[in-house]
Design a protein around this ligand. Structure first.
Ligand SMILES: Cc1cc2nc3c(=O)[nH]c(=O)nc-3n(C[C@H](O)[C@H](O)[C@H](O)COP(=O)(O)OP(=O)(O)OC[C@H]3O[C@@H](n4cnc5c(N)ncnc54)[C@H](O)[C@@H]3O)c2cc1C
Length: 379
């Protein structure tokens, strides 16, 4: 009987795991002693960081998508039939169509989702760029914007912790290009007592905001949005008027995680080194869907996926663990239309963002194209 590896989720981390396992388990796949299957929710794979550029007309929608089967190694059957229930005791996943899939190793890679509906008025009064529909609407809203008060409202938890900063700096350059900066005011709200969850990034942000005339409003946990009055109010009692509200809505994990009772908020309790679900020896969790308190980012998902590939291959071939994930994260940060910086850190080394440069912006633009190689596991 072939050992069944089942991957639930065909986004970045699931795809890297599948492609990496195909390379490391080539002989086993050929001999039929191992089989890999992926369950997904869509035929298409989206390059999510590209959404940042859509509101400014700097990336076309068609550039965001590839056919998932073309990104995936052809030895992995890709079934578009989302998981409905994951039973880790019986080692079986049931899909929305009612089919069941047994596994020897399970990889949960279902990512996260935005929940603007969790805050009263946010869906009606806010714009966002964290999904395609939102990015389209934000593009239209920017095209109509004639100047005024802009509130950039960050809610937690959310993926890509630097994207709110990127949209802020890029928006400022957009206003300059449109001749609207003098007629506009940008206020950035953040839920804790500084401008970013990572303290060194918060410290780096303060002078960057001062230099660019961006106001910061800390301890702002969003309570509600009044779309008619055009105001946003925090639990702490602050009310800010806006002409344009750009929000990073709070995120949760997927419904299947909640329905399967695998973790509060849809985040699966996960060992930060082995990336095993707490209490399981055959269920790996990767990417946004873990509850590990580090950035939910594509690079996190990538480095975690590499670790899981090494470990599953090593367990199957040699019955031993290969290594632990060290918490490595690397993110480019756009600091405008023409400059960027980057942050990297791990469990023991804090981030240390450097001065923005044009060269790093070009690296980010290059990575926007190289992503597809990265998903294939070639980078
Ligand atoms: C605007 C924006 C900018 C970003 N910028 C960056 C950046 O610059 N750098 C960076 O590192 N990261 C960035 N990210 C974050 C990055 O895209 C995510 O952290 C990364 O995609 C997480 O990978 P994942 O595999 O966990 O989830 P995903 O890539 O989201 O994949 C999850 C997959 O699971 C599927 N799925 C969901 N439910 C089910 C189900 N029930 N059954 C089967 N399949 C299911 C989904 O359809 C999806 O394909 C950005 C994200 C956004 C939105």
């Amino acid at each position: 009987m072939a050992k069944q590896i089942l991957i639930v989720g065909g986004g970045l981390s699931g795809t890297i795991v599948a492609n990496g396992l195909c390379r490391q388990l080539r002989e086993e796949l050929t001999a039929g002693s191992v089989a890999i299957t992926m369950l997904g929710a869509s035929d298409k794979h989206m390059y999510q960081p590209g959404l940042l550029y859509v509101p400014f007309g700097k990336m076309r929608e068609s550039e965001l998508f590839r056919d998932q089967r073309k990104v995936l190694d052809r030895r992995v059957p890709y079934i578009v039939d989302p998981a409905k229930e994951i039973d880790v005791d019986k080692k079986v996943v049931t899909t929305e169509s009612g089919k069941t899939h047994h596994y020897d190793f399970l990889v949960i890679a279902t990512g996260s989702r935005i929940r603007p509906d969790n805050i009263p008025g946010m869906s009606e009064g806010g714009h966002w760029f964290y999904d395609l529909d939102g990015a389209r609407k934000m593009r239209d809203a920017l095209a109509e914007f004639k100047g005024g008060k802009i509130v950039i409202n960050v809610n937690a938890p959310h993926k890509c912790p630097v994207a709110p900063l990127e949209i802020t700096f890029m928006l400022r350059d957009y206003l300059i290009a449109k001749g609207l900066l003098d007629k506009s005011e940008i206020t950035y709200t953040y839920p804790i007592g500084r401008l970013h969850a990572l303290e060194p990034v918060a410290n780096w942000t303060v002078p960057e905001f001062q230099h660019n005339g961006i106001k910061g409003e800390t301890f702002f946990n969003t309570k509600s949005v009044d779309a008619e009055a055009k105001t946003i109010t925090s639990e702490e009692g602050t009310t800010l008027p806006y002409d344009l509200l750009i929000t990073i809505p709070p995120h949760t994990g997927q419904q299947v995680i909640l329905d399967s009772e695998l973790g509060a908020g849809g985040w699966v309790p996960t060992d930060r080194g082995k990336l095993l679900r707490d209490g399981s020896s055959d269920v790996f969790v990767v990417g946004d869907t873990t509850n590990i308190p580090i950035s939910k980012a594509g690079s996190t998902a990538h480095f975690e996926a590499d670790t899981i590939v090494d470990n599953i291959a090593s367990l199957l071939k040699e019955d031993r663990w290969a290594r632990d994930y060290d918490g490595k994260v690397f993110c480019f940060v756009e600091t405008g239309f023409n400059t960027g910086t980057y942050v990297w850190f791990n469990y023991t080394t804090p981030p240390n963002p450097g001065p923005p440069s044009q060269m790093i912006h070009w690296f980010k633009l290059a990575y926007n194209r190289l992503y597809w190689l990265s998903a294939r596991g070639l980078l």
